[in-house]
Design a protein around this ligand. Structure first.
Ligand SMILES: NC(=O)c1ccc[n+]([C@@H]2O[C@H](COP(=O)([O-])OP(=O)(O)OC[C@H]3O[C@@H](n4cnc5c(N)ncnc54)[C@H](OP(=O)(O)O)[C@@H]3O)[C@@H](O)[C@H]2O)c1
Length: 347
């Protein structure tokens, strides 16, 4: 730990007005004090909201403790101010992370993250790009390589992993969004046989650049219609689904008998069409784990030039309401970033 005497007494902070509303307000608040042995105090430079996060307290009350200080935006890039002596971090380190959803977020000048959540920022990322990475990249990584059936070793060229991945056709919905843009890149880089990107109009070129091999514009063709045109060639072995509703139902048509479906918006069984007999080897919903160790692996891939974060737009702190509006439009092309410090503004 180092001294915090040079810190101001208060800071600017966003706050969800209450657990029951999606209204966000700007307040002056005290600097948070480390209370957990693994707490790292970080000077925040940039942060990023996550789709739907202002409804978590209502929709997932068990995951958001009643005493959570309702600071939104769980992703950050920043500089370490104080860190436990036994941790891998020291004052001045450039770090990024996802703060677990049950604790106060990072839309403020200073935030507390656990050492286990943090990783050092790859030198090729600025503060904005770094803040665009943690949640989306971690979710994509875990959905493909931890919950899903692709082998991450394929990214670094492991022959056995690439042979295995080379037999797996992957379909991803929301493919141009925050998480989807990482799923496309990681699946393609790992040597998947095909990466089918489901996205809206105007996104085709972007997802092709990320590595998509087939595109379904859901505003022109439903997933069911697309697969029905040539099931033998088009059915997929692994679905990563993040939209829910009709999109999730369509994915049941696209996945092969015995294939796998990983969802992060709605549990797979909620979208299984009535009467459908298809059995999958895996059909699961999961919540991302904010693991700094995974983020460090992703950082190595960024440094090697294999993958990059995608930034939709960057907003001044004072314009936070516009950033949330853009997010809630549901059609972001990558992550929406809010600048917190002047250093991020210079990035
Ligand atoms: N379980 C977890 O741990 C976890 C973690 C992260 C995120 N999530 C959830 O995953 C979802 C995606 O997150 P995100 O950050 O990637 O959101 P995002 O950046 O807002 O992206 C959402 C994407 O959904 C697409 N979309 C909207 N309507 C669609 C439709 N009818 N059919 C197909 N695609 C449609 C949009 O694509 P177009 O503009 O091309 O239409 C957009 O790119 C959110 O619900 C989020 O809460 C869950």
């Amino acid at each position: 730990m180092t001294s915090t005497t040079a810190l101001p007494k208060t800071m600017k902070s966003l706050l969800q007005a209450s657990r029951k509303t999606t209204e966000v307000i700007l307040v002056e608040a005290p600097i948070p004090t480390p209370t957990h042995p693994d707490d790292v105090l970080v000077r925040v430079h940039a942060t990023a909201p996550c789709a739907g996060e202002l409804l978590w307290a209502v929709n997932f009350p068990d995951s958001i403790p009643a005493d959570k200080v309702m600071v939104p935006c769980q992703d950050l890039s920043g500089t370490v101010v104080t860190a436990p002596a036994a941790s891998d971090f020291a004052p001045g380190d450039r770090v990024y992370c996802r703060i677990e959803a049950g604790r106060a977020g990072a839309a403020r000048d200073y935030a507390l993250a656990r050492a286990s959540e943090l990783a050092k920022i790859p030198s090729s990322l600025n503060w904005i790009e770094a803040a665009a990475t943690p949640l989306s990249a971690l979710t994509a990584w875990q959905s493909l390589f931890v919950q899903g059936t692709l082998d991450a070793a394929g990214i670094k060229g492991d022959a056995a992993a690439r042979e295995k991945n080379g037999k797996i056709r992957v379909l991803v919905t929301g493919a141009a969004g925050g998480v989807g843009s990482w799923v496309v890149q990681l699946a393609a880089r790992s040597g998947a046989k095909a990466v089918v990107a489901v996205c809206g109009p105007g996104k085709e070129e972007a997802v092709r650049k990320l590595g998509a091999t087939e595109i379904v514009d859901y505003t022109k063709t439903s997933i069911e219609e697309w697969v029905a045109a040539d099931p033998a060639a088009r059915e997929v072995d692994l679905v990563i689904e993040m939209v829910g509703g009709k999109t999730l139902s369509g994915c049941w048509a696209a996945v092969k008998e015995g294939g796998a479906m990983v969802t992060i918006n709605t549990p797979p069984e909620y979208g299984k069409p009535e009467g459908m007999k298809k059995e999958l080897s895996k059909a699961l919903f999961f919540i991302v784990e904010p693991l700094g160790s995974n983020l460090a692996e992703i950082g190595d891939l960024i440094e090697a030039g294999y993958v990059r974060p995608t930034v939709d737009s960057v907003w001044e702190f004072a314009d936070y309401a516009k950033a949330f509006e853009r997010l809630e439009s549901g059609h972001a092309k990558g992550k929406i970033i809010i600048k917190v410090s002047d250093e991020a503004a210079a990035a």
